[in-house]
Ligand binder design. Structure first.
Ligand SMILES: Nc1nc2c(c(=O)[nH]1)N[C@H]1C(S)=C(S)[C@@H](COP(=O)(O)O)O[C@H]1N2
Ligand SMILES: [Mo]
Length: 255
């Protein structure tokens, strides 16, 4: 019987064998060693590897909530447009749902709030090696997708965010991420507009962010304003399924 330790080290070996650990990009030296050293992160990845398509992420109790949930990456998009939306309580913000759908949608925050809500207390794991537990409330993405009625060719959701990212390139890039339809339709995948019982704070992605609870931190896009249904993400960004994936990180969340 393999013990837990050898199971974990075999998992790490599998990760390395899959080519996921052999990166040389300078950007990765910061978090790769810490990530591979984090049993929690490896655990979560292994859990996902062996879990069925419809397994549920663990949910916690109110007592487990981290008092000061860390904010990471963009903590405010900082653009004039975003600041104007925020100043007006996001009354003018709309969520567009388009692409491979029968009925493209444009939904206000009030419309999302009027839909049936789900609240869940879950653990967020960032690949940089930290975790926080928080309570999220929002509408299940599956409900919004059902309204839009994805076409049979649709396989992924692309989430477009309002925060510009610095890539050193000439063209402006905004954060984006993708989830496949299994992950998108999962009951714990939310368009979350509240955190710990309050309106989603700007550092955590106001007015709406994705919570996909079986996925790592970077697969939880903040400041979302458009969901596009696509057959493939090969022509989105550099074609690797997300902003960080395009910066050279392998796709951990896509399994
Ligand atoms: N739009 C956007 N979404 C994002 C990011 C970002 O920089 N911009 N960072 C990602 C990463 S790496 C993490 S760990 C989480 C952080 O979420 P938090 O700020 O609520 O802790 O958001 C993810 N989603
Ligand atoms: Mo992260």
């Amino acid at each position: 019987m393999p013990d837990r330790r050898s199971f974990l080290s075999r998992s790490a070996a599998f990760v390395a064998a899959a080519g996921l650990g052999g990166c040389t990009d300078i950007n990765q030296t910061e978090w790769w060693p810490r990530f591979l050293g984090s049993a929690d992160a490896v655990n979560k990845w292994v859990e996902r590897l062996f879990a069925g398509g419809w397994s549920l992420a663990r949910e916690y109790s109110k007592a487990d909530i981290t008092p000061a949930f860390r904010a990471n990456g963009t903590t405010s998009p900082g653009t004039d447009r975003y600041n104007a939306l925020a100043a007006n309580g996001f009354a003018d913000w709309r969520l567009t749902v388009n692409g491979l759908v029968e009925r493209p949608l444009s939904l206000s925050l009030a419309q999302l709030r009027a839909m049936p809500a789900r609240t869940q207390i879950t653990r967020h794991d960032c690949v940089e090696g930290w975790s926080c537990i928080g309570e999220w409330t929002g509408v299940q993405l599956a409900r919004v997708l059902a309204m839009a009625s994805p076409r049979p060719e649709a396989r992924y959701c692309v989430f477009y965010c309002m925060d510009p990212m610095d890539t050193g390139g000439l063209t402006q890039t905004f954060y984006y991420e993708t989830l496949d339809l299994v992950e998108s339709m999962h009951p714990q995948t939310l368009l979350a507009y509240a955190m710990n019982g309050e309106n989603l704070p700007i550092p955590h992605g106001a007015p709406v962010r994705v919570r996909a609870e079986r996925q790592l931190g970077y697969k939880q896009p903040k400041y979302v304003e458009r969901v596009e249904l696509v057959a493939s993400y090969s022509d989105i960004g550099n074609g690797n399924g997300g902003f960080w994936e395009d910066q050279g990180y392998e796709q951990w969340g896509g399994i």
